[in-house]
Design a protein around this ligand. Structure first.
Ligand code: 4NP
Length: 154
């Protein structure tokens, strides 16, 4: 099973999502291939934002090895599930899909938590450290739900 996390820059939300998925899957003994990408090319080759790295490290997860890359149309064939963080990411990714089969692999991350009020993972880039901690908690809940679904078909 191959899972791709997507945001705009691939330096804040999607590397945090990738790091969380990697860590939580390992804790459960679930074997997955994980990756992340940005719809933009603004931060290709860069390590995650230092505030994102710090928020993850505060919760015991190291994402310093991750590097930014841009999402491309080949990713539809390479991944079983593609999770996007907000509706803008969704529109940008779906614009590159070739048909309904490819489109169907793409979901908003918060679709995993239908009961939550927030339907998007907000971009923390222009805010303070609090935003990164909030993103962590939001992602952690959604990713646990996704892994529940994978493990138990729930
Ligand atoms: P991300 O955050 O999409 O969560 O990685 C952003 C990072 C960089 C920029 C925007 C959002 N930027 O405009 O450079």
């Amino acid at each position: 099973m191959k899972i791709l996390m997507v945001c705009l820059g691939n330096i804040c939300r999607s590397p945090m999502a990738e790091g969380l998925l990697r860590a939580r899957a390992a804790e459960r003994g679930v074997s997955l291939i994980t990756d992340s990408a940005g719809t933009s090319n603004y931060h290709v080759g860069e390590a995650p934002d230092l505030r994102a790295q710090a928020a993850m490290r505060r919760r015991g997860i190291d994402i310093s090895d991750l590097r930014g890359r841009q999402f491309n149309a080949k990713d539809f064939a390479a991944f079983d599930h593609i999770f996007v963080m907000d509706r803008s990411n969704l529109a940008n990714v779906l614009a590159l899909a070739e048909g309904p089969h490819q489109q169907a692999r793409v979901r908003l991350m918060m679709d995993m938590l239908p009961e939550a009020e927030l339907r998007e993972v907000p971009d923390p880039y222009f805010g303070g450290d609090d935003g990164f901690d909030a993103v962590f908690d939001q992602l952690d809940s959604a990713i646990h739900r996704f892994l529940d679904e994978l493990e138990h078909g729930r």
